[in-house]
Design a protein around this ligand. Structure first.
Ligand SMILES: NC(=O)c1ccc[n+]([C@@H]2O[C@H](COP(=O)([O-])OP(=O)(O)OC[C@H]3O[C@@H](n4cnc5c(N)ncnc54)[C@H](O)[C@@H]3O)[C@@H](O)[C@H]2O)c1
Length: 284
């Protein structure tokens, strides 16, 4: 997208972490920004803080796992700003560390409902608006490095959903390019970014979804991941990477290019016809 200033952006999962960082980068670049999240109080507080950066900023709550909520988000954005040029489908939740054959259907519904169907709902509600506008537009879907590598350690359901987001966005890119060159898309695959994702897992997990902290091994694994995330990239830096990717019309957006060797492990196994194995721990 060549024109950024004055354009309208919607960011889901914007109350904290990467979504907040994206909203801050957009507001600082002079965009009109709609922040959206399921946690309404945190959303209000973050929106107020982002507004203080000087942007024209609104809060519209939505649960991205519900198609009607995402449609309302699109409708209300049009009421507020009359257009929408950028959608960042970023809302996501971490998952429990259960073995796949012991996982609950409630957790599958939640994982796929937020992490994958949330992105589907964004595409269904927003892309028709962007195409009809006939102006430049951009969709950024947040996957993860977990969507590019093999293995299950330690979050198998999450990785399944995030591989889905990568495949979905690759397909979207193919379909959009057949419609012309005005609406583009990117898939964001972050490494560790300092966020509240593990705390929010505990706050948001629905009935039937256990906590990894219930067992000593699970607790140890969560503590280690919490530490890695806390030491991760500042969210605003991730937000600036997203903004630059939109300007550059770059499809694959990696926050940690040094992690790409893990992708190569999977690709090599596919090409060699061997088992995927475990990619090993990412470099911190
Ligand atoms: N932080 C990392 O290291 C990292 C790495 C790879 C991918 N990601 C992805 O980045 C995205 C942002 O996560 P984050 O790390 O900033 O975590 P975060 O928990 O700080 O932010 C995610 C936001 O999504 C919101 N949310 C959860 N369920 C929702 C729903 N049903 N509807 C609307 N909003 C909902 C949460 O309330 C939260 O504000 C997620 O998709 C996550 O999977 C994060």
């Amino acid at each position: 997208m060549k024109q950024i200033e004055g354009r309208v952006a919607v960011v889901t999962g914007a109350a904290s972490g990467i979504g907040r960082g994206i909203a801050e980068a957009f507001a600082a670049a002079g965009m009109k920004v709609v922040l959206s999240d399921i946690r309404t109080e945190a959303l209000e507080a973050t929106t107020k803080a982002v507004r203080e950066l000087g942007g024209d900023v609104r809060a519209i709550p939505a649960d991205v796992s519900r198609a009607q909520d995402v449609q309302n988000l699109a409708d209300r954005t049009l009421e507020e700003f009359g257009a929408v040029h950028v959608l960042c489908s970023n809302a996501g939740v971490a998952c429990n560390r259960t073995l796949l054959w012991e996982s609950s259907l409630e957790e599958w519904d939640w994982q796929l409902g937020v992490n994958l169907m949330g992105v589907v709902h964004g595409i269904r509600s927003f892309v028709p608006i962007m195409l009809a506008q006939g102006e430049e537009g951009h969709v950024v879907n947040t996957a993860s490095m977990g969507g590019l590598i093999a293995g299950s350690d330690p979050v198998a359901m999450y990785m399944t959903a995030k591989h889905g987001v990568v495949a979905l966005t690759e397909a979207l890119q193919d379909q959009l390019s057949a419609q012309g060159d005005k609406v583009k898309c990117s898939v964001l695959c972050p490494g560790y970014v300092a966020s509240q994702v593990l705390d929010n897992f505990e706050t948001l997990r629905p009935p039937g979804v256990g906590s990894p902290s219930d067992t000593p091994e699970g607790k140890q694994s969560v503590d280690a991941e919490n530490q890695a995330i806390a030491q991760g990239m500042p969210p605003r830096e991730a937000g600036e990477i997203v903004l630059q990717a939109i300007r550059d019309e770059r499809f694959y957006v990696l926050t940690h290019p040094e992690w790409v060797a893990m992708v190569e492990v999977r690709m090599r196994a596919i090409l060699d016809g061997t088992d995927p194995g475990r990619p090993g721990l990412p470099p911190t």
